[in-house]
Write a new protein. Structure first.
Ligand code: BG6
Length: 489
């Protein structure tokens, strides 16, 4: 199904995000015939390039990223959409010349999406400048602006960003990306929960012991040292992506899949999370930093040896926290969340641990202590939904073992699309359900702010873990001895 004709304007088009994600995503949408024939893509960059040079750059991006290689026929169609606009986004001239270019309504459709693939500190400036030549005026056509986290660095700065940009944009025009919500398996969490009625009776405090949400990476911070050292894992991952996952797991069924209905329910979850008072931060949150270690048999640096990191940095590359959702469904069920760089394995998963069966019927047989059931939702790289069940081993003895019920999401011949494809398409369709509304951002900051503030003043010491491990051996977050991090799917 084709979409509205529009002009996609990318600020920061020569940067990493555009190269690795945005241009390949738009190309893949073209392959899927999702772009209107008239849709155009304007790249804004400072480099003194012409269109031919831009096309050759785009070709190089696609050579690296196009699934199954470049399809020459589609590529020809795709490059006819491209236009390079040289301009410095700090200068007013960039916007007046852009506005002038866009008056050519035959060449450039007047529905416009502005993707700000730039430093977040420039968001409000660019938005203000775009509003001056009326590029954000929706009196005749839609005008949408896409921004990506971080939306501020704490509650106060996120409010100040919001105050600035809301002078020029209505909330309906703002598309705040959390690319996690574009991942196929993340969307599948909703389908799995709300399309299978047998789960609903079990999805609550009566049957669930605790829930874990893990995102681990093998990679270190790479060349992002200066950004990362001011950010840390709590802001970089937990405040955004992992809290979003929590809302999807914990939310009530929405009235409809309409963006507002869905986001209303997510906000209710965030509002129900028990605030962490300053004195409880030690018990409910934990941070650590990677030390030198080994990944896949190769020695790797510790965080302090990475480029651009001050020797006395106590920025966390691992963060974990325990939250309680104080509502009728979840009261008393701990949600354990953790993320880390340079961990043993790259993996994102949600693990739901059910309570023990009420009676230990098999205690006096040769069956080992009966294990709790787990429901595992693998988000990446392995996408799966797996329920662990205890079954009897064949044979004369009463022994048991674990067997998996698998509800695989993708058949082998079904290729995974990138999260940005879904999201860029949703912008054109005007579907904001997978984008964050401002109140979600605000409530997410309210949850983590006490932790961030406490850590900011405790600057003497940070625990470390060897690169290539599952993080520090720390168990103070867990409520009971029977609870511990689950690392396997
Ligand atoms: C980004 C973080 O938002 O998400 C990165 O800034 C992190 O630090 C990345 O590596 C993880 O996303 P994905 O899609 O690679 O799992």
């Amino acid at each position: 199904m084709k979409t509205d004709p529009c002009t996609y304007v990318i600020f920061g088009a020569t940067g990493n995000l555009a190269r690795i994600k945005l241009i390949p995503a738009l190309y893949h949408l073209d392959i899927e015939n999702r772009l209107h024939d008239d849709t155009k893509i304007i790249a804004i960059g400072r480099r003194p390039w012409d269109n031919d040079k831009w096309v050759s750059e785009v070709r190089a991006m696609l050579e690296a990223k196009a699934r199954g290689g470049i399809d020459e026929q589609v590529f020809k169609r795709f490059i006819a959409r491209l236009h390079y606009h040289k301009g410095d986004m700090q200068q007013a001239e960039c916007y007046s010349s852009l506005a002038q270019l866009l008056t050519d309504s035959v060449k450039f459709p007047q529905n416009m999406a502005f993707y700000l693939a730039i430093n977040p500190s420039d968001f409000s400036h660019v938005i203000e400048q775009l509003s001056k030549p009326k590029l954000l005026d929706e009196s005749q056509f839609w005008r949408r602006v896409i921004i990506e986290k971080p939306f501020g660095t704490d509650l106060e700065s996120s409010r100040s960003l919001q105050n600035k940009i809301s002078q020029y944009l209505k909330e309906e025009q703002i598309y705040r990306i959390d690319h996690y919500l574009g991942k196929g398996m993340v969307q599948n969490v909703l389908v799995f929960r709300f399309a299978n009625s047998m789960l609903e009776p079990l999805w609550n405090r009566n049957y669930i012991d605790h829930i874990q949400i893990t995102h681990s990476e093998q990679l270190g911070i790479g060349s992002r040292g200066p950004y990362y050292d001011h950010t840390g894992a709590m802001r970089d991952m937990l405040q955004s992506h992992l809290l979003q996952l929590l809302t999807l797991v914990a939310m009530e069924p929405p009235v409809s899949l309409d963006a507002e209905d869905l986001r209303d329910e997510k906000v209710k979850v965030l509002k129900s999370i028990r605030p962490i008072p300053e004195e409880a931060v030690h018990a409910q949150a934990f941070r650590a930093q990677y030390a030198p270690g080994e990944i896949d048999g190769k020695q790797v640096n510790g965080y302090l040896q990475e480029e651009g990191i001050p020797q006395n940095s106590v920025t966390e590359t691992y963060a974990a926290m325990k939250l309680y959702v104080d509502n009728w469904r979840w009261r008393g069920v701990p949600f354990y969340m953790r993320t880390g760089k340079r961990m043993e394995k790259a993996q994102s998963m949600i693990s739901i641990c059910f309570r023990h069966a009420p009676s230990q019927l098999f205690a006096h047989t040769q069956a080992e202590k009966i294990k709790q059931n787990w429901l595992l939702l693998g988000i990446q790289p392995e996408e799966c939904i797996r329920m662990e069940m205890t079954v009897k081993e064949p044979g004369l003895e009463m022994r048991t073992r674990i067997s998996n019920l698998d509800a695989s999401f993708r058949n082998e011949d079904e290729l995974a699309s990138d999260a940005y494809e879904d999201l860029l398409l949703d912008v054109i369709k005007g579907d904001r359900s997978l984008f964050l509304r401002y109140d979600e951002v605000e409530h997410a900051w309210k949850i983590v702010d006490p932790i961030i503030n406490k850590w900011a003043v405790n600057r003497d010491y940070i625990e470390t873990y060897p690169a290539g491990s599952w993080g520090p051996n720390e168990c103070r977050l867990f409520e009971k001895e029977s609870q511990s991090w689950r690392n396997t799917l």
